[in-house]
Design a protein around this ligand. Structure first.
Ligand SMILES: NC(=O)c1ccc[n+]([C@@H]2O[C@H](COP(=O)([O-])OP(=O)(O)OC[C@H]3O[C@@H](n4cnc5c(N)ncnc54)[C@H](OP(=O)(O)O)[C@@H]3O)[C@@H](O)[C@H]2O)c1
Length: 257
């Protein structure tokens, strides 16, 4: 543990699994005082993340909310977290918010129906927007807001147009909010992962041809591991990234550069 996040209180959406879970564990290794492990329904996975954080010597609380519910979900996440932070640290505080939870269905234009479009936009953009709104007055000076986007905002993705656009909205929000939070030393950045080995991709990456195609995207000719992305998020969360705000940081392994 090198302590880059000593005494920091962090909330990471979608940290039961995948990139969010790896980020939660990385934050714990850096000495975070409390980590909110948000999830939708997979309580078992959230509990496993919490146990693994505790095994590192960290403290964590589970926060359950379905981001499909929009603003009520965002408000519920903050209410649950503030109560947990108060109980665990004596203060209803937050230093780092990572908007990570998301879904990425492969749906070309013609196959995207309206309910699916609305669901994508709500989970990937609308609820993160209202979560930032809910925490805005509570996040500490010199805090961090980190939004997890996708390389598909830089690389054309006809297989995922609605998904790519939902993350494009999140990136635009990142830029739009940076000046307002800058007044308090709070940075607002986004990160764009490329293809990363998580449950989201497990099915199609099981095909050797598809995996080879995904590996060929990166200049490192491999698929990303969750720690490849979590380490960049941890850098953005740390004091080392204090002079970077309003940016989208590429963590695609140099995909199609
Ligand atoms: N993996 C990639 O290749 C890749 C590439 C670019 C960008 N990204 C982005 O990175 C982020 C994390 O992706 P991942 O691959 O780590 O995902 P993942 O392994 O599929 O995990 C998804 C996480 O989000 C939560 N979640 C899903 N739907 C939710 C909902 N309706 N309400 C609340 N939480 C919900 C899940 O909770 P439960 O465990 O309860 O289901 C889980 O914690 C996403 O925003 C994704 O778009 C991923």
């Amino acid at each position: 543990m090198s302590g880059r996040l000593s005494n920091k209180v962090a909330l990471i959406t979608g940290s039961s699994r995948g990139i969010g879970r790896a980020t939660a564990l990385a934050f714990a290794r850096e000495g975070a005082a409390l980590i909110g492990v948000h999830y939708a329904s997979n309580a078992e996975a959230a509990e496993a993340t919490i146990r693994d954080i505790e095994a590192i010597g960290g403290k964590a609380v589970g926060i359950k909310a379905d981001l499909r519910q929009g603003k009520p979900a965002a408000d519920s996440i903050w209410e649950q977290f503030r109560a947990a932070a108060l109980a665990a640290t004596g203060e209803a505080r937050l230093d780092i918010l990572v908007n990570n939870a998301g879904i990425a269905p492969a749906l070309p234009l013609a196959e995207t129906d309206e309910p699916t479009f609305d669901e994508l936009m709500t989970i990937n953009y609308k609820t993160p927007f209202f979560l930032i709104q809910a925490v805005a007055d509570h996040i500490k000076d010199n805090g961090r807001i980190i939004n997890v986007s996708t390389g598909f905002t830089r690389i054309a993705a006809p297989s995922h147009p609605a998904y790519a656009a939902s993350k494009g909205a999140l990136e635009t929000l990142t830029l739009a909010l940076a000046p307002q939070f800058g007044a308090r030393g709070i940075t607002v950045n986004a990160i764009m992962p490329g293809v990363t080995a998580t449950d989201m991709n497990a099915e199609w990456l099981a095909s050797p041809d598809a995996r080879a195609g995904a590996e060929a995207l990166s200049v490192f000719t491999r698929v990303g591991e969750v720690d490849d992305v979590a380490d960049v998020i941890t850098f953005l969360a740390s004091n080392d990234a204090r002079w970077t705000t309003g940016q989208v940081i590429d963590a695609t392994g140099g995909a199609r550069i």
